[in-house]
Design a protein. Structure first.
Length: 601
């Protein structure tokens, strides 16, 4: 918690200090009221007291009450401002940190957990700051300041206040010991709830197609009920606070007045003389006045403890949330880029070289890529094929540095990719993922997405990229054309249309290298063939890395790497591999006839 509060700015610390000062003013104002209440009580029991005399301290009571109200309003405003500015900046820091993460760090936390940490966890901190500045500071200040006012006034009254305070402290200790450990689990259960919800909604079509509603309902109900049971236990425990506090405050009032009545009754009225009788009456009035004042201050002490108790209802979750937020902010990205590219290109633009490259996801895990070598000259096409899980997508994800290899090195244009700045490396590579990703907006905003050497794109460049990606026809058929709306995730387009738009987005950047991660899978054979033909013709100087499942997609590649369990078990052109490589033969003959393979169709 202290670590995360170190991120507060000087201005925010100053605002916190000002709010604490206003809290002191509020407490001081509240504690001044009983003093004038005692004066009013004395005046009421004094003969010949006029209304004007009573109104003097009365107006002061009203004035201090208004000052207390004004201070409370100012504290609330300052607390809200500090909480809002701090969490807004913290949310931005978390987002920036996550944007710098590689895929490894994203998978470590999981997307549902990162969403919870960016929303729910920050809300817990915001509640703590907003409530804390008004309650945390006021509670102890009020309790101890009020104690100094009445300590030693009467041993009997002080003893009753001590018993009441002891009961409150025991209650707080029980709540802290029992509820606190369970509060820490609430945020983890929120992660689980978000994960199941996201999984169900993302795959709602599959759930319905397989009549799996009951299965998913049961899965959701389990995590929902687990979280509900835990919350019920915590809040039932916390619900003891109000009745116990009410009992303590009412009991304290009763005890103070009972003891006061006893003390007043012990003052005997002397009848020997008029003077002695007046002295006895004055002593009773003094005790009564002290009783009223002590009762008021005693309530302030108990109220202070009640305010401190309220903190323990929100503090546990806020502590857990701060720890979870710190985990995100403290985790450094495993892939780091220099601010500027360290070396100059040797002139081999578009040349790629993988030298003895190996990769594993974690130190204790086995290699998923082992000792891969290949070199691609500018304009060449290198294809990767193999069974599912053979490491094809992982291998090509090393070039744009989604991960860093754990062995060997990779060069682009004769420079190791670790020596490129992030912007320079990304500007050289056009990446089309296996699952096309479109963003809410328009076709234009999706094509002119991000920064590159070609940004901003002209309409002519966009239409050229769409034509090359075989997407011009369906975009042109839309009334708004390039300004046609794109829903979040591109759900208002078919799978093939989304894939072609993703290809057009990469082509529009005119990069040195194009990476196709099984990016033709949603295309029909005719579109696939035409797209490959146009790519070979119009991007002759662009190096292309293609991951594919279809043999027909990669038959014309300059070099084909056959992968099996992360190892290269075959390397060469289609004709060569078809004659000599068993794994390639099995894949090829399972898809096409011998005649089609030999004719290169």
């Amino acid at each position: 918690m202290l670590k995360i509060f170190k991120r507060l700015t000087r201005k925010e610390w100053f605002q916190i200090l000002v709010s604490v000062l206003f809290v002191c003013v509020e407490v001081w104002s509240n504690l001044k009221v009983p003093d004038y209440m005692s004066e009013v009580t004395t005046l009421l029991n004094t003969p010949d007291t006029t209304v004007a005399q009573i109104m003097g301290p009365g107006w002061k009571m009203i004035g201090f009450s208004f000052l207390s109200f004004l201070s409370a309003v100012l504290v609330g405003l300052i607390a809200s401002r500090v909480a809002a500015s701090f969490t807004t900046r913290l949310r931005g820091d978390i987002f920036d940190q996550v944007m710098d993460y590689s895929d490894a760090e994203i998978k470590r936390f999981s997307i549902p957990s990162l969403l919870t940490r960016t929303t729910n966890d920050l809300t817990q901190l915001q509640i703590l700051i907003t409530t804390g500045l008004q309650v945390v500071t006021m509670g102890p200040i009020m309790a101890f300041w009020a104690l100094t006012k009445i300590w030693g006034e009467s041993s009997e009254w002080t003893m009753s206040l001590g018993v009441a305070a002891l009961i409150v402290i025991v209650l707080l200790a029980v709540l802290l010991g029992v509820a606190f450990p369970r509060q820490s689990k609430v945020q983890e259960m929120t992660d689980n709830l978000n994960a199941v919800t996201r999984e169900t909604l993302s795959g709602i079509r599959v759930v319905r197609a397989y009549n799996a509603e009951d299965y998913q309902d049961a899965k959701y109900s389990k995590v929902n009920q687990d979280m509900t049971r835990l919350n019920l236990f915590i809040f039932r425990l916390m619900s003891l606070m109000n009745p116990v506090m009410t009992l303590v405050s009412s009991g304290l009032t009763l005890a103070v007045y009972w003891i006061g009545g006893y003390l007043i009754n012990n003052v005997s009225l002397q009848t020997a003389s008029q003077t002695a009788l007046a002295q006895s009456m004055q002593e009773r009035v003094t005790i009564f006045s002290d009783m009223v004042v002590f009762s008021s201050y005693g309530m302030q002490v108990i109220l202070g403890f009640m305010l401190m108790a309220a903190v323990f209802m929100i503090l546990p979750r806020a502590l857990v949330s701060s720890r979870r937020i710190n985990e995100v902010l403290d985790l450094k990205p495993s892939v780091l880029f220099p601010e500027e590219t360290q070396k100059q290109s040797n002139g081999n633009v578009g040349e790629i070289e993988f030298h003895d490259v190996s990769f594993r996801y974690a130190r204790e895990s086995a290699d998923v890529i082992e000792h891969v070598h290949f070199k691609a000259k500018a304009g060449e096409t290198v294809a990767f094929i193999g069974s599912t899980g053979s490491g094809k997508s992982t291998l090509i994800s090393l070039l744009p540095r989604f991960y860093d290899p754990t062995g060997g090195w990779i060069k682009l244009d004769g420079i190791k990719i670790q020596d490129y700045s992030e912007n320079d490396l990304n500007a050289k590579i056009g990446y089309i993922p296996q699952k096309p990703v479109l963003y809410s907006g328009t076709i234009r905003s999706n094509l002119d997405f991000g920064d590159s050497s070609e940004s901003p794109l002209s309409d002519e460049a966009m239409w050229e990229a769409l034509e090359l990606a075989q997407a011009k026809e369906f975009v042109d058929s839309k009334e708004a054309g390039l300004d046609a709306e794109v829903a979040q995730g591109g759900t208002n387009f078919s799978g093939g249309q989304r894939q072609r738009l993703a290809i057009a987005r990469a082509l529009a950047r005119k990069p040195e290298v194009l990476i196709f991660d099984d990016s033709f899978s949603a295309l029909d054979y005719k579109t696939d063939k035409q797209l490959r033909h146009d790519l070979a013709e119009k991007t002759a100087q662009t190096t292309k890395l293609i991951v594919a499942q279809r043999i027909s997609t990669i038959m014309d590649a300059d070099q084909i790497l056959v992968l099996e369990e992360g190892k290269v078990v075959g390397q060469g052109r289609h004709e060569e591999l078809l004659k000599t490589n068993r794994v390639y033969q099995e894949i090829a003959y399972s898809q096409l006839s011998q005649e089609e393979l030999e004719n290169g169709k």
